[in-house]
Design a protein around this ligand. Structure first.
Ligand SMILES: NC(=O)c1ccc[n+]([C@@H]2O[C@H](COP(=O)([O-])OP(=O)(O)OC[C@H]3O[C@@H](n4cnc5c(N)ncnc54)[C@H](O)[C@@H]3O)[C@@H](O)[C@H]2O)c1
Length: 256
């Protein structure tokens, strides 16, 4: 939570992946705090639904159909956010996926490229699009999404995804340190298993789902809101000395 009670009131956040899971939960949490929320996702109907929920809460939302793997679309997203609200204070890059599970020797160029395009280039494009504006105001917080997978390497099912999330965590550190003296903070969150569509798709077998659960000492998956509240904290004035690092949220596990 922020130190200042109305800290988020009237400030604007752009959220990619806002149609579902962690992105949607975070959008609703920022709306609860009175922020304007630009909801972007490739899933047009889903993102409209999130925006309607926000409007019903009395906060302002803009729904944008955006494919984050396309630089021009991401540039437009920031442009439209600025046209709509005048400022962008925060960016949360939640759009991401493992695309599909594959053993290392079965990862082909197409799977590798699509995984990096979505998780790495999507995050890269959004940061490049918003940073000139944030730098002009000497203020901005960017939160990216890594994964516990980047510590474990994804053996047997998702080396492509783990490597992409490793790139996100490293890029976050570099951008944070490059702009640390200019009012910009950049952080990433590395969640363990969180109960979203992502997780349902990844749990291709009951055996894999059980193994993932057995890995979490709390014996449950995280809830998307438990990541969203952390995004709120990271963007707030309660942690202004925090930047560059990734924050692990995993119910005590995932280090196997
Ligand atoms: N759920 C987990 O267990 C878990 C764990 C670690 C990290 N993550 C990461 O958290 C983030 C959010 O995932 P989630 O669990 O909320 O999954 P989710 O599937 O519920 O949400 C992901 C969203 O990204 C959107 N998206 C996909 N491709 C896109 C594109 N090209 N352009 C724009 N939007 C696109 C989807 O439409 C979807 O709404 C992802 O980066 C994921 O890799 C999830």
């Amino acid at each position: 939570m922020p130190k200042t009670p109305d800290y988020f009131h009237g400030k604007t956040i752009v959220i990619t992946g806002a149609a579902s899971g962690i992105g949607r939960a975070t959008a609703l949490i920022f709306a609860r705090e009175g922020a304007n929320v630009v909801c972007a996702d490739i899933n047009e109907s889903g993102v409209k639904d999130t925006a309607e929920k926000i409007n019903a809460m009395g906060a302002q939302a803009l729904a944008l159909a955006v494919d984050v793997t396309k630089r021009a679309a991401v540039d437009d997203m920031i442009e439209l956010a600025l046209n709509g609200f005048g400022r962008v204070h925060f960016l949360f890059n939640s759009a991401g996926a493992a695309i599909r599970r594959a053993r290392f020797l079965d990862i082909d160029d197409d799977l590798f490229d699509r995984t990096f395009d979505l998780n790495v280039k999507g995050t890269f494009y959004a940061m490049q699009a918003v940073l000139p504006h944030m730098l002009a105001h000497k203020f901005g917080v960017i939160v990216n999404v890594g994964s516990m997978a980047h510590r474990r390497g994804g053996p047997g099912s998702s080396v492509h995804y783990a490597a992409a999330k490793g790139a996100v965590v490293t890029m976050t550190m570099g951008v944070a340190r490059e702009f640390a003296a200019e009012g910009i903070r950049v952080l990433s969150i590395s969640p363990g298993p969180v109960d979203t569509a992502f997780q349902q798709a990844s749990a291709t077998s009951p055996e894999l789902a059980k193994r993932m659960l057995d890995d979490v000492p709390m014996r449950r998956f995280g809830r998307p809101e438990e990541i969203g509240e952390l995004v709120l904290f990271l963007c707030s004035d309660a942690c202004e000395f925090m930047t560059a690092d990734t924050i692990y949220v995993n119910g005590g596990g995932g280090w196997r």
